[in-house]
Design a protein around this ligand. Structure first.
Ligand SMILES: Cc1cc2nc3c(=O)[nH]c(=O)nc-3n(C[C@H](O)[C@H](O)[C@H](O)COP(=O)(O)OP(=O)(O)OC[C@H]3O[C@@H](n4cnc5c(N)ncnc54)[C@H](O)[C@@H]3O)c2cc1C
Length: 491
């Protein structure tokens, strides 16, 4: 099946009957479950957008000529990169950037690893072939994906093989003629179970030593593979209507613990098997992290635009845009937006062809942006919260407005400078859901952590940054100071 429709996405999920547990129960049908059905509907809408905006969202498969999703495209020119970004932005605008795992995020990973697969061949040429074939399979069938990279948080002070129960984390149990058997736990699959397949890959930032080879795996399997369980955290979609919970009622993606109980993975789905050295280099040497960062930064530009729109509307609504510190806080968001846009522009315009013929964005620009956004996003949330003040708690529900006794009272009492009470509360409920509801808090936590621990990412950034030229600059400057050095023998 080429680029799928929303209905096809839902039909496939229904048929797969993935093994998901939520609120202590096995989910019978994700398309009907109260905690999952709305996000499934939103994902379906994204797949429909592909067809509604086919010019922007689809291209002709180089293998079959079928129309496939643009975010699977291997970019070969800067125009291709721009086309990928425009498709990403289209999806992000549908959600206000509130779905971190719209399909483009992992489509970028699969594309990059599929076309830049030499690294996987280090252990066996079959693994490179597998990565290439998986990319083509995912593209031609529009496979929706979740992924899991992290070992459980048992004792971060020790490597996996040193843990008191070294078999808790996902590990290799056995290699057989037909494939591998794996067992153990992985974290934390966003959209776990409401997608077709799961990618198991190493973390970009948590490097492993050779003794952790049994934990160093990369493969992809269907989410209904026997022995696989998704144990989802409680849903932050409380079944409220879209007026009351404009975001959590639509974009609550869910995060799941993934349990593998002696799961069989056929060889043709394995990319890395028991090789920490390859795992440690996977995301960087395949350029997957570069293309994923391109998606993330493009999405976060839209998210910042949306947040700015909400903050500016709040300022108008309660007449605070004339105050100096309020303007200054608005400026902070605008500067963030413009900075992110500049990173993106530089990344695309400085893109170069890599050794596999893929037009690859300038990683320096994207790496700076992906390290910076997790640090600045909490500040954007804080600005919204500070400016919203009591307005973020004086938020009656739609049912209150419909009540004959109190509806008219709050409609009048909660009016704004340019909005009636009902409209003003709708706006402030959006601001609350973006930042302070369970959904909103999770958004902040997501932006901080989803790409890895920002502290460790920052350490890697510092270590990898070219520092010598800056120190040289200072040495040169000081060396030219026009006063003689004292003779210390005489001092
Ligand atoms: C909402 C959300 C969604 C996510 N979705 C996914 C997903 O879909 N797929 C996926 O694979 N992962 C996902 N993640 C997990 C994410 O990749 C991790 O949260 C991130 O990599 C950090 O790892 P950790 O949570 O294990 O933190 P830990 O490594 O346990 O860190 C906890 C704290 O200890 C500190 N710390 C730990 N070790 C060290 C050290 N060696 N040196 C210094 N400080 C240290 C950290 O700085 C941090 O403050 C998601 C996370 C969140 C919050």
């Amino acid at each position: 099946m080429p680029a799928k429709t929303g209905q096809q996405y839902m039909d496939r999920l229904k048929k797969a009957n993935n093994n998901i547990y939520i609120h202590g129960e096995r989910v019978k049908d994700v398309t009907e479950h109260p905690g999952l059905k709305n996000v499934v509907k939103s994902m379906a809408e994204l797949y429909d957008v592909q067809h509604a905006k086919a010019d922007k969202m689809l291209y002709n498969s180089p293998a079959t000529g079928n129309k496939v999703g643009m975010t699977f495209l291997q970019p070969k020119t800067i125009d291709d990169l721009v086309a990928r970004r425009e498709a990403i932005v289209e999806w992000a605008r549908t959600t206000g950037g509130m779905m971190g795992r719209s399909p483009d995020y992992l489509n970028a990973e699969v594309m990059a690893m599929g076309v830049s697969n030499d690294l996987f061949a280090e252990a066996d040429p079959m693994f490179a072939e597998n990565a290439k074939n998986y990319y083509e399979y995912a593209r031609e069938n529009d496979i929706s994906l979740t992924h899991t990279l992290i070992h459980p948080q048992v004792n971060r002070g020790k490597a996996q093989h040193e843990q008191k129960d070294a078999n808790v984390a996902l590990h290799l149990v056995e290699k057989t003629k037909d494939g591998i058997i794996v067992d153990g736990i992985r974290l934390l699959a966003t959209q776990g179970g409401i997608t077709d397949e799961i990618l198991v890959f190493p973390s970009t930032v948590k490097k492993a030593g050779e003794e952790d080879d049994p934990y160093s795996l990369a493969f992809a399997i269907p989410n209904n593979t026997p022995g696989l369980k998704f144990i989802s955290r409680e849903s932050f979609d409380y079944g409220k209507n879209e007026w009351d919970h404009p975001l959590s009622s639509r974009f609550e993606e869910g995060d799941a613990i993934v349990s593998f109980e002696n799961v069989f993975v056929p060889w043709d789905r394995v990319f890395v098997c028991g090789n920490s050295s390859v795992c440690n280099r996977t995301f960087r040497e395949t350029n997957a992290v570069v293309h994923m960062s391109h998606q993330v930064v493009s999405k976060n530009v839209v998210k910042t635009e949306f947040l700015l729109g909400v903050v500016l509307s709040m300022m108008d609504a309660i007449g605070i845009d004339q105050f100096q510190h309020v303007k200054d806080k608005g400026t902070e968001i605008m500067l963030t937006l413009e900075t992110m846009r500049s990173h993106l522009y530089r990344a695309e315009q400085n893109a170069k062809l890599d050794q596999w013929g893929t037009m690859t964005p300038d990683y320096a620009a994207l790496d700076a942006a992906r390290n910076w956004f997790p640090r600045i996003y909490p500040r954007l949330v804080e600005i919204l919260r500070v400016l919203g003040a009591s307005g973020l708690m004086g938020i009656p529900t739609q049912a209150d407005f419909q009540n004959e006794e109190i509806g008219a009272i709050i409609h009048r009492g909660l009016q704004g400078k340019n909005l009636e009470g009902y409209e003003r509360v709708q706006l402030f409920r959006l601001a609350w859901d973006m930042t302070m509801s369970a959904f909103g808090s999770r958004q902040m936590h997501y932006e901080y952590y989803f790409f890895g621990d920002p502290i460790k990412m920052g350490m890697t950034y510092f270590d990898g940054y070219e520092k010598e030229s800056y120190k040289e600059m200072v040495r040169d400057f000081l060396g030219k100071v026009n006063t003689p050095k004292p003779n210390f023998a005489k001092v």
